[in-house]
Design a protein around this ligand. Structure first.
Ligand code: F6P
Length: 358
């Protein structure tokens, strides 16, 4: 008997179900051994508090195109993982206890950055762990791509597309604030795809004067509107000089709901143009996975299934140079994949005339 536990952790994204289905189908189709799948509810919480259900074939039927996660998810921050909960429960010991009580052969974890730190810790504690890279942010180290990202790019791009007509009718400046946490992959790709005039990402701190210059030049050239794709983690040159602590303190005192509103106010003051902010927010994580993500997540799931059958544990299944690769969890945990400001995609975007505020 092969017993496999599965959980989805952290913020959800598209194609979580497609990836789990990929694992299930691959294992079921490629062994004669009886297999039991245990689905833990709401991420690591399910493993800590032993909240699970046995997953059957029907649970994986018709879920390829469905967004969200059939298991539910939650965030259990890594920095609190070694702290007992409010009832004094030792979370790491509890997770191990659930794993051993169910006699699991391995745990499959679908998660992003923080979740990988916990997965690595569990592997160090002796559990057999295989992970899959999920996040709309595409910021996981060790893989060129994460599932959820392309679907989110589609949604953020559509938002920028739709803003164009109203921006043009009113001759306004529009800021579309795009998710991505501390990195700029999502705003960069959606910005280029949506034809944004200015893209602001955390990896390239901006100078507000440069942004204003571009808007005024466009105005002089008779272009009535400007579109700015702003990463939720965008940062000005002055703020980038602050220490982490100082910057956090500044943000805590902030009267703006997010960086976009601060930028909007400064542009409006300097140019006299009407500026509006649109925040697609969590819609970027919602709805159906795009076909790319369905294929990609299914392939990742299949590869995870293959590793399970070969009893090769302690890896994240990643994607490098168009091939599936296995990356040791110890190499993934705690590292961010950021954009190199000198990368080809930035150079090409600049050649297209896109301003990054630098
Ligand atoms: O990591 C995915 C993500 O959507 C980020 O882009 C965003 O910063 C964050 O999660 C939002 O988190 P929450 O769903 O907890 O509001």
């Amino acid at each position: 008997m092969l017993r496999i536990g599965m959980l989805t952790s952290g913020g959800d994204c598209q194609a979580l179900n497609a990836a789990m289905r990929g694992v299930f189908k691959t294992v079921e189709n490629n062994t004669n051994e009886p297999v039991e799948f245990y689905g833990f509810e709401d991420g690591y919480k399910g493993l800590i508090y032993s909240k699970f259900r046995i997953l059957k074939d029907e649970d994986f039927t018709n879920i390829l195109t469905i967004g969200g996660t059939i298991l539910g998810t939650s965030r259990v921050p890594f920095k609190t993982i070694r702290e007992p909960d409010e009832d004094g429960v030792d979370k790491v010991a509890a997770m191990k206890q659930t794993y051993y009580k169910l006699q699991l052969d391995c745990l499959v974890m679908l998660g992003g950055n923080g979740s990988h730190k916990t997965a690595n810790l569990l592997a160090e504690e002796g559990l057999n762990v295989i992970t899959l890279p999920k996040t709309i942010d595409n910021d996981l180290w060790g893989t060129d791509m994460t599932f959820g990202f392309q679907s989110a790019v589609d949604i953020a791009t559509r938002c920028i597309d739709e803003i164009h007509t109203t921006a043009s009718s009113h001759g306004r400046v529009f800021i579309v604030e795009v998710m991505g946490h501390k990195v700029g992959w999502l705003p960069l790709n959606a910005g280029i795809a949506g034809g944004a005039d200015i893209i602001l990402i955390p990896e390239i701190p901006y100078d507000i004067k440069k942004i204003i210059d571009v808007i005024e030049e466009r105005d002089k050239a008779g272009k009535r509107f400007s579109i700015i794709a702003v990463a939720e983690g965008a940062i000005s040159k002055e703020d980038a000089k602050l220490s982490k602590k100082e910057y956090k303190k500044k943000l805590a005192k902030h009267e703006y709901p997010s960086v976009s509103y601060e930028i909007a106010e400064k542009i409006q003051e300097a140019t006299g143009k009407e500026v509006r902010v649109t925040v697609p927010g969590h819609t970027q994580r919602g709805g159906m996975p795009c076909p790319y993500d369905r294929v990609f997540a299914s392939r990742l799931g299949a590869e995870a299934g293959r590793l399970i059958l070969k009893k090769e544990y302690g890896f994240m299944v990643g994607y490098k140079n168009r091939e599936m690769v296995k990356v040791p969890l110890s190499e993934v945990a705690g590292k961010l994949k950021t954009i190199d400001p000198k990368a080809g995609i930035i150079k090409q975007a600049k050649m297209l005339g896109i301003c990054f505020g630098d």
